[in-house]
Design a protein around this ligand. Sequence first.
Ligand SMILES: [Zn+2]
Ligand SMILES: [Zn+2]
Length: 269
Amino acid sequence: MIKADFHLHSEFSSDSETPVEAVIETAIDKGLDILCLTDHHDIDFPADKYKLTFILDIDSYYKRLCDLKERYKDKIDLRIGVELGLMPHLATEVHEAATKYPFDFLIGSSHLVDYVDIYYPEYYEGRTEVEAYREYFQTIVDNARNIKDYDVYGHLDYVTRYGPTQNKNFRFEDYEDIFREALKIIIDDGKGIEINTAGLKKGLGYPHPHIDILKCYKELGGEIITVGSDAHVTENIAYGFDMVPDYLKAAGFEYYCVYKDRKPEFVKL
Ligand SMILES: [Zn+2]
Ligand SMILES: [Zn+2]
């Protein structure tokens, strides 16, 4: 089983109320060796519209996690990360946030398309699901082209969690051109992708991303893959991690990665 969860949220994220200590203690109870907190920081998120800010108090966050890292050091290896919500015009702001402290790990994620949060039904209105999904996947290309301050791109097919029929009608062929373009940029920049088991939790039947996306990444030369539960509550920490090795092996991978000081370390599956 995978013993490192590299995508976790706590009370520092606008959409979680879980105390950081509870995240750490649950991870210890579940037998993890390493955990990396990655609370949300979505710069320029339309806060008024959604009544959520998604802005991380980076100073308090970093300081608090440094204290906890020390306090729990005999029980678990705590690493400090951030999930950065990306938009193509944010290169300067993201660079500033990413380099403010010596983080271990940064996830870059697409949560918005033209300031619309794809979590809400509004995003899917007035067009086909394939059109809505293509536009979402295109943000990965646009963001990856403009922003280099991240280590892995988060939950690549996140949009299939929230679309009208979720992944029921998902066919990789409908989006292959976009994924090839996005993955080439990610690989050329020395970045990776993640297995995000919230997909499994949300009923997709597999973790993000779909196996065809994973196979495409492999075919294009991609090697770096982290594993995260994207848990916002303690029950979901390391959710489904027992099935991840087989899922990765089925796509041809023999290693997953953990990050320290923004550098990947390969761990045999
Ligand atoms: Zn996310
Ligand atoms: Zn997340």
